[in-house]
Design a protein around this ligand. Structure first.
Ligand code: HEM
Ligand code: MG
Length: 252
């Protein structure tokens, strides 16, 4: 599948946000017993740092845009599109906020074949929490100190294949597929360099395993905004580099 768009343009207000979020980087505190978290290692990280509400609850569009801009220099329109997807996972109709645990609702955005989470089939709730065995499989494809797009494509293909062969209820919708591709594109080009499309392996492992930004390893907020075009271009490279047999398990 070629990724040609992420979403239709979503109208966005004129509010502007400074880069210096008051609580941001004041500290890093892992989730407590009343905090909720997501199957997304990056959003969990942003909540742990206080860029997003530490509770993981009642996240508005403004908070999403502000957090992604402050921590990662995300362009506002890309963040707004991601928020629009996220708010659709809130089980309450017409909600204007989401909680991080809403993102774990299976087959809304959350999909099988994740890089660091087991499939929902192997135990409800598993799809949201870090799983070392699953992540070890992913890591085995990161064969150098620097992760290339080819390594990322290989890791993703392997995880999807394993899920497809072991999970009798394996499913990957078009939305799930776009997210899966985008997630692999994102860890390389958001945490790493969006021009060379490489990332130090240590940054990625640190993020997944600690749900903390790898500042102490040298990670810096990117100097130029990260746009939807950046994500689509990197996503298309992931697709181009993978070598699945045609439409595995789905007929022609
Ligand atoms: C996973 C949502 C921002 C990186 C996920 C998943 C969801 C999600 C629902 C679970 C998919 C699955 O594996 O089943 C979102 C939303 C975002 C956001 C709504 C913004 C509002 C980001 C950003 C990054 C990122 C900025 C940058 C690196 C990832 C990665 C995974 C993931 C690498 C895959 C985890 C795995 O396969 O184990 N995200 N995400 N996300 N997200 Fe995010
Ligand atoms: Mg998943």
């Amino acid at each position: 599948m070629k990724v040609t768009y992420i979403s239709a343009t979503i109208a966005f207000g004129t509010a502007s946000f400074g880069y210096a979020h008051p609580q941001a980087r004041a500290g890093w505190v892992p989730a407590g017993p009343n905090d909720v978290r997501a199957p997304c290692p990056m959003l969990n990280t942003l909540a742990n740092h206080g860029y997003l509400p530490h509770s993981g609850k009642a996240i508005t569009q403004n908070k999403t845009v502000e957090a992604l801009k402050a921590a990662l220099n995300f362009a506002e329109d890309l963040s707004a599109i991601l928020f629009e997807a996220a708010v659709g996972t809130n089980p309450t109709p017409n909600a204007t906020t989401f909680d991080l645990d809403h993102l774990g609702r299976h087959n809304v955005l959350e999909h099988d074949g994740s890089l660091s989470r087991a499939d929902n089939y192997f135990g409800p709730g598993n799809q949201s929490v870090f799983n070392e065995v699953v992540f070890n499989q992913t890591k085995s494809f990161w064969t150098g100190d620097v992760i290339t797009m080819q390594m990322a494509a290989n890791a993703r293909a392997s995880r999807l294949m394993t899920s497809n062969l072991t999970n009798p209820e394996f499913e990957l919708s078009d939305t799930g597929s776009i997210f899966s591709i985008g997630e692999s594109a994102a860890y390389v080009t958001v945490l790493g360099d969006k021009v060379s499309r490489t990332v130090p392996k240590s940054y990625v492992e640190y993020l997944f395993e600690n749900e903390r930004l790898p500042y102490e390893l040298g990670f810096k907020r990117p100097a130029t905004p990260y746009t939807g075009d950046d994500l689509v271009a990197a996503s298309n490279e992931i697709v181009a580099l993978q070598s699945f047999p045609q439409s595995p398990g789905k007929g022609l």
